[in-house]
Design a protein around this ligand. Structure first.
Ligand code: DGL
Length: 267
């Protein structure tokens, strides 16, 4: 038994989609969420810089005493999962491998589309993860840089979002993908628009539920689940605008986002 919280982080509010799935699967667990909104979005930054951010935040969460870390950001997972795992004392999970596994299991025609940030797509992390599971699958990827900005601005539907999604998905749909990986934790928040544009024949895969399952497996095997005699606690920390984090956090996660602490990370 281990009463410590699980640490989850992202460049902003996207990782709340993963937190929601973890809360649903493990309602007794405490969680400490960090949104790096002072420096996010990460997607158009240099890979080495994103890796540096991930290392810094993971060290910060470890110092807070978390028992496991989830990098709930595809860009940061692609840029730095291995390095963060090497440096941390606690187990660290990313979001790319679970998404790749979900896609390989769901596809019928083995043509898989992947959408994500520039950093995630240019790292080719999904291509490697999918081919590690099915070397014969065909992967069509597309960076969709503007979608994170819509979500961080609280715009998750409407004609502007729809037009962008249509533009981004067109080449993937032309290639006949039957499965589309939402390779950015912000995208489940606009999955209604993405699903409408992709159409019924395309399965959408997001890693949140897969990651939640992996978190549970990890905690069970290590005997790290909380005993559940006291209610779990949720702590929200950001590096930038607190008011915006509360506003979006309430919309995307729920009333659990009562207050958000702001911290300056040591450079
Ligand atoms: N939600 C993140 C991801 O999964 C980050 C998006 C960004 O900061 O650009 O990639």
């Amino acid at each position: 038994m281990n009463e410590a919280p699980i640490g989850i982080f992202d460049s902003g509010v996207g990782g709340l989609t993963v937190m929601k799935a973890v809360m649903h699967r493990l309602p007794g667990e405490s969680i400490c969420y960090f949104g790096d909104n002072a420096r996010g979005p990460y997607g158009s930054r240099d890979i080495g810089e994103i890796r540096g951010f991930a290392l810094e935040i993971a060290a910060f969460l470890e110092d807070l005493g978390v028992k496991l870390i989830v990098i709930a950001c595809n860009s940061a997972t692609s840029a730095g999962l291995l390095e963060v795992q090497r440096r941390c004392r606690v187990p660290v999970l990313g979001v790319v491998e679970p998404g790749a596994r979900g896609a390989v299991q769901a596809t019928h025609n083995r043509r898989i589309g992947v959408i994500g940030t520039r950093a995630t797509i240019s790292s080719r992390a999904y291509l490697r993860a999918i081919h590690a599971l099915d070397a014969g699958a065909t992967v069509h990827s597309r960076a969709c840089p503007s979608l994170v900005d819509f979500v961080e601005g609280g715009e998750v539907e409407g004609p502007r979002v729809e037009e962008e999604v249509r533009r981004y998905l067109a080449p993937l749909l032309r290639r006949g993908v039957d499965t589309l990986v939402l390779g950015c934790t912000h995208y489940p928040l606009i999955s209604k628009v993405i699903g409408d544009v992709a159409g019924e024949g395309v399965s959408l895969i997001s890693s949140d539920w897969e990651v939640a399952r992996e978190v549970e497996e990890n905690l069970v095997r290590r005997g790290y689940l909380r005993d559940g005699t006291s209610p779990p606690s949720y702590r929200f920390i950001c590096s930038g605008d607190k008011e915006q984090s509360i506003k979006l956090g309430r919309i995307f996660l729920g009333p659990e986002v009562e207050k958000v602490e702001k911290v300056e990370l040591p450079a």
